[in-house]
Unconditional design. Structure first.
Length: 148
């Protein structure tokens, strides 16, 4: 329970920081969507804190376990590379590459079956949905690079 409580308090503090950073600006319309996400994040963190105190009597604290850093290593390499290439390639191309790489690393496949084309199609569909939501519906200007 201590681990979950620390996570919930940390998420609440981060959401509070986002809300503080997104308030008191001249262009208030630009901060509506980020502030909405921060309010949702804060609400969920507070709900998690309350639920942890309600179920305080459970004896499942021993199930915690440590973090498997070796399992997280691929994403800890992919994400910094993603951040480095995002400015030069653009948001959508770098996101496509990162999403494809993460799906190839973490999704189990049947031996002898090459499903890279399926992962690539899922990655393209995921980016198409992101494009529709952010560029078409919300009209957010995304970082551009050499390609889109």
């Amino acid at each position: 329970m201590q681990r979950e409580l620390t996570l919930a308090i940390g998420a609440a503090l981060i959401a509070g920081g986002f809300l503080y950073a997104g308030s008191g600006h001249d262009y208030a319309d630009a901060y509506v969507f980020p502030n909405l996400i921060a309010w949702i994040m804060l609400g969920l963190a507070l709900l998690m804190i309350v639920s942890l105190f309600v179920q305080r009597s459970s004896d499942d604290d021993s199930k915690g376990g440590s973090i498997e850093w070796a399992r997280l290593l691929p994403v800890l390499v992919i994400l910094p590379v993603y951040v480095l290439i995002a400015e030069s390639l653009g948001f959508f191309v770098s996101s496509l590459l990162a999403f494809f790489a993460i799906s190839r690393v973490y999704v189990l496949s049947v031996p002898g079956e090459n499903i890279s084309l399926r992962y690539l199609a899922i990655s393209v569909c995921f980016l198409a949905v992101l494009y529709l939501i952010f560029v078409i519906l919300l009209q957010v200007q995304m970082p551009t690079g050499l390609v889109i």
